[in-house]
Design a protein around this ligand. Sequence first.
Ligand SMILES: NS(=O)(=O)c1ccc(CCNC(=O)Nc2ccc(Cl)cc2)cc1
Ligand SMILES: [Zn+2]
Length: 259
Amino acid sequence: ATWGYGNDNGPATWVKSFPVAAGTRQSPIDIVPTAAKCDTKLTENPLTVNYSPEPAMELCNPGLSVKANIKSKSVIKGGPLEGEYKLEQFHLHWGSADKQGSEHTLNGKMFPAELHLVHYNATKYSSFGEAVDKPDGLAVFGIFLKISDKPHQGLKSLTDVLSEVQYKDKSINIKQEYNPVCLLPDNINKYWTYLGSLTTPPLCESVTWIVFEEPIEVSEDQMKAFRALCCGECGSAPIVDNYRPPLPLGNRQLRASFQ
Ligand SMILES: NS(=O)(=O)c1ccc(CCNC(=O)Nc2ccc(Cl)cc2)cc1
Ligand SMILES: [Zn+2]
């Protein structure tokens, strides 16, 4: 039985095939800003993003989300990171309704969706596959989505074509030069960071999470476009509620880049 987000294969069942699900550095977590330690080391060494345009970005529906695979050299460094991390892919998690959908929560509050930009430690490892199970292998940007009456222009290039990847294993190329930098919030200097894991199987405890305080704003129509994606072929269930609920922070330190 493959894992998923249904009643008989969802997050509560994953520990059977992936025992690390019961580990001590699992993600997501509930972010409690008052419990975060403001760390000036994070501000002294600002997070820097050097993304470049993708000539023909591949957008696909692997069946549980929508994912864009990155080929060009887009890198990040600084903040909590040692070395340079290279963007590999980005994807989203979303709900069946606006009241749920994000993986990280903020003081117990869920957002309608969460965008993940997945990077691997290109200074130490030669590929994503090599880095995926190393404690310093990955860095993922978590960006909350909130509803506004205006569509998000950066996401519009994707939401406008989601109908072309409605079914599992469909993929298309976004023609025009797409620079993923358009997906970041305006202020990337305010974030929380902690050591965690992949939020889906194989749940490797290899992720330095960087969750931005500022959400990006999307329209209800854009959320509807994500909820129209299908898990399988025509007639299959919509992809919704593809989020793992938060796990205990345990002995981990949640750090903040701001007061
Ligand atoms: N959600 S994460 O950033 O911690 C994460 C990053 C990378 C991987 C390895 C590649 N696999 C992948 O991206 N799988 C995936 C993603 C979203 C959904 Cl909804 C379902 C499956 C897994 C999790
Ligand atoms: Zn994710």
